[in-house]
Design a protein around this ligand. Structure first.
Ligand code: PHE
Length: 448
């Protein structure tokens, strides 16, 4: 039983803090760019609404009814075979794996805050050079910032649910909203804003492929922190009488809004300087800094604000990746929070060090497996394979293993009979099938 609860507002903020992260401000804009703009955005919006909200409801249900750590909740909420279902709870290792390289990326962002203050690159070539040098040869800088993130995230988790997680979200999320609003208003004043709007909202369906649909489903899971025991762990500390349906809608709407606003800001800046929209992962770290330079002195302010905003988004997501395993060690092994936080943090720290070393040219030759470095493997394994698997287990669990009467009691008053039936149908059959397709496609076993 989780005795320390979030406040109602605190819970929403913490869940939004987890959801809004690099997935929104870094990944969403570049996949939108890669998959052709408007059509992808439209598919993504539909997916977020039908898949995102439905799975969020499922995870909030597990947390609300289970009120414990992830493993214990899977074990005790299963009507039969709890001793097998508990293994589904071990999915909480996934966010810890993601955190290892996520922390390194947050480190790059810290470094870019400093670069914004000192010297922005004056051309795209120089920008590329700066980023590639950091990535492939600058061990010290990456190690330094990775250590800073490690200390920061561990320090917050040490303070627990209320004084740590809730408090930091109450500070950082409003600041993030403020910075994004200012950047958004500024970008609206630029001529290129209308091009950004039409790029993101004029769907050109000839550009839409089945891959884009699959990518959209994967993105919805990643950005809403689903399928890895994160949201259900937070939901275990849900205050009484929280409406899980409106909470799910609110979390999805805010998360989507942030992704769309971040996309509009980024594409406005890019188009203003005639840069391209299809630059992939380098969009934020290579294209944008050079674009900020072109803006002159205001560019420095824009750049600092932008990187501070994504640092905030990253940190609040990072703490949510650490908490599930920490809460498991506390409740199952009677560890103190200090001990649990230290062990989990050391795990992600060490894995992160190996991940960053695998990008360093000097070492990469003996850290490559199948042409990919550890960093890329971790990302591929965790976000493209393990997250959908975790998602499948979570929805199959609520759909088939939990007591349906108990779920009906919770959901019918909120959704009505018909929608509850639709929800059951989705989590029992449609969403698991969709996720199997995602996995088959991403692993190349079967391309749709
Ligand atoms: N949702 C976060 C983002 O969009 C990522 C995340 C993954 C957070 C896993 C928690 C757990 O960046």
């Amino acid at each position: 039983m989780q005795t320390i609860k979030f406040s109602r507002f605190g819970f929403i903020l913490a869940a939004v803090g987890s959801a809004v992260g690099l997935g929104n401000v870094w990944k969403f804009p570049y996949v939108t760019g890669e998959y052709g703009g408007g059509a992808f955005v439209l598919v993504y919006l539909i997916t977020a609404l039908f898949v995102g909200v439905f799975v969020l409801i499922a995870e909030l249900l597990i947390g609300k009814l289970g009120q414990s750590d992830a493993v214990s909740m899977f074990e005790k909420l299963a009507v039969n075979n709890g001793k097998y279902w508990k293994f589904a709870g071990f999915i909480i290792i996934v966010p810890l794996i993601i955190l290892s390289y996520y922390s390194v990326i947050i480190g790059w962002i810290f470094h870019y805050i400093v670069i914004s203050f000192t010297a922005l690159p004056s051309s795209i070539e120089e920008s590329k050079e700066i980023f590639m040098t950091l990535l492939t040869s600058d061990v010290e800088t990456q190690l330094f910032y990775h250590t800073v993130v490690f200390a920061l995230v561990m320090g917050i988790i040490l303070r627990g649910v209320k004084d740590g997680i809730e408090k930091i979200n109450k500070i950082l999320m409003p600041l993030l909203a403020l910075i994004l609003t200012i950047l958004f208003v500024y970008s609206m004043s630029l001529d290129s804003f209308s091009s950004a709007v039409s790029f993101m909202f004029n769907p050109d369906f000839t550009k839409l492929s089945s891959t884009a649909v699959i990518v959209a489903i994967g993105q919805a899971f990643y950005t809403l922190s689903l399928g890895m025991g994160v949201i259900l762990t937070y939901a275990a500390s849900l205050p009484k009488n929280t409406n899980i349906v409106t909470s799910s809608l609110l979390i999805t709407v805010i998360d989507t809004l942030v992704a769309v606003v971040a996309g509009l800001i980024i594409f406005t800046f890019l188009f203003d300087q005639g840069a391209e929209s299809t630059k992939g992962p380098g969009l934020v770290f290579i294209s944008l800094p050079a674009v900020f330079y072109e803006f002159g002195s205001i560019g420095t302010v824009l750049s600092i604000s932008f990187f501070v905003a994504i640092a905030f988004a990253g940190v609040t997501s990072a703490i949510s990746m650490l908490e599930p395993m920490v809460s498991y060690l506390i409740s199952r092994f009677n560890y103190t929070r200090q001990k649990a936080a230290l062990i989990c943090s050391l795990f992600f720290y060490i894995l992160g060090v190996l991940a960053l070393l695998s990008n360093i040219t000097e070492y990469s030759s003996f850290m490559m497996i199948g042409g990919k470095g550890l960093f890329d493997w971790l990302d591929f394994l965790a976000s493209t394979i393990l997250v959908p698997i975790g998602g499948i287990m979570a929805v199959l669990f609520v759909g088939h293993a939990m007591d349906a009467n108990r779920i009906n009691e919770e959901l019918i008053p909120l959704l009505g009979k018909t929608l509850t039936k639709v929800w059951f149908f989705m989590v029992r059959y449609v969403i698991p099938a969709a996720l199997v397709i995602v996995i088959l496609n991403e692993t190349g076993i079967f391309k749709f």
